[in-house]
Design a protein around this ligand. Structure first.
Ligand code: SF4
Length: 384
């Protein structure tokens, strides 16, 4: 297929849904429960609600929305640290739009900006570097976050800052890694998962091989998936086919974009600049070993955590907030007590309502509702 319309073809979608329903119903009858497949990536969660995919699936197949939205898993304490940096004199804090709205325990970056802090939205870390060049009298900090997808551009910016001798630029690093996270999800006693849709964008950088342990040690199939409706439906069908014949392999549905061994240059930039942190705190998932990165010793001069003194306090989420349960797939967003009431995209209580890739925001934006309340197989009436 060549054009985007072809990835949204209703006839092909219908035939995939028929096959998905047939295999899933059979599997579910044997299991005596629905088949549980987790889409790890927030981009998939967004597409699933945007195109109404969840409502087309049979009751025998349940999608669990995983922790792959980096904005959503950022704990409040890290946001507080970032706000503390932004509020220091002669400092310019820069970051992506979504990150400005993540609630801290007292305020978000956007609220800090309203109170007078110099917080600027950028489209890439290179924009932050340009701001640093224009304002040599200020400390310019880039609040970097994201999985391996965004890590290379941050790493290359640090390399460029070093090459050009720009010393008033630093990184508040909140980059996280996907593999330890999937392992933590698999080891979680509250979760029952039969297979995974692997993230497409992260895999573009790391390739398919790092997922091998999921098939080998946990005997769960993984299909790395694209983001269009037919990508997702085909990937679900591929996971189900493996389950049906008792296989657990890593397959690459998104091979038009994802190379088997990843992107060598991006991986080199990451390994040159970053090292693993012993542990990193995740909202709702707790501390996960080796799940975050920091600048290594060679680039410590660009590390905002070394340049600024930070409160670094662990802050619990508000009691009414059930982000952790949603992130682990234990409840659906609409089952959270404050969903759509105290917590909306305009007034997010939890981070899952902030980013368009957050499960709660996606449910809210596209009118997600309990599957039982919607008749399935109404393809003509969906947005496909
Ligand atoms: S509705 Fe708000 S508080 Fe509840 S889980 Fe979603 S983001 Fe968190």
């Amino acid at each position: 297929m060549k054009y985007v319309d072809e990835f949204r073809d209703p006839e092909k979608a219908k035939s995939l849904i028929r096959e998905i329903t047939r295999i899933s119903d059979e599997l579910s009858e044997d299991l005596k429960r629905p088949v549980y497949i987790m889409e790890v990536c927030g981009g998939h969660t967004h597409s699933i609600f945007r195109y109404g995919i969840e409502n087309m699936l049979p009751a025998s197949l349940e999608l669990i929305h995983g922790p792959g939205c980096p904005v959503c898993v950022l704990p409040m304490g890290r946001v507080d640290d970032c706000v503390a940096i932004a509020e220091q004199k002669d400092t310019i804090m820069t970051t992506f739009g979504d990150a400005m709205r993540v609630p801290g325990s007292k305020r978000s970056l956007l609220q800090a900006k309203a109170l007078g802090a110099d917080v600027r939205m950028v489209y890439s870390p290179l924009d932050a570097l340009s701001i640093a060049k224009k304002h040599p009298d200020k400390e310019v900090v880039f609040f970097g976050l994201g999985f391996e997808t965004t890590m290379p551009s941050t790493a290359l910016t640090v390399l460029k800052a070093e090459a050009e001798g720009i010393r008033n630029f630093s990184l508040f690093c909140n980059h996280i890694t996907i593999i330890p996270t999937i392992k933590a999800v698999l080891d979680s006693p509250d979760l029952q998962l039969d297979g995974f849709l692997g993230p497409g964008h992260v895999s573009m950088v790391i390739g398919n091989q790092p997922y091998g342990f999921i098939a080998e040690h946990y005997q769960r199939p993984v299909v790395v998936s694209g983001f269009e409706p037919l990508d997702i439906l085909q990937s679900l069908w591929m996971v189900l086919k493996q389950l049906h014949v008792g296989e657990a392999r890593i397959e690459n549905q998104y091979n038009r974009v994802v190379p088997e061994h990843g992107n060598r240059m991006a991986l080199e930039a990451i390994s040159k600049v970053f090292e693993l942190r012993p542990f990193f705190e995740w909202r709702g998932l707790g501390s996960i070993d080796n799940s975050g990165v920091q600048l290594n010793q060679q680039y410590a001069a660009f590390d905002a955590e070394k340049k600024f003194s930070l409160p670094s306090v662990t802050i619990a989420d508000p009691k009414s907030c059930q982000c952790g349960e949603v992130l682990k797939g234990a409840i659906k967003p609409w089952q959270c007590k404050v969903y759509g009431k105290a917590c909306t995209p305009e007034t997010p209580l939890g981070a899952l309502m902030v980013s368009s890739e957050g499960a709660c925001a996606a449910y809210y934006q596209y009118g997600g509702a309990p599957k039982d309340s919607i008749k399935i197989h109404q393809l003509e009436e969906t947005s496909l």
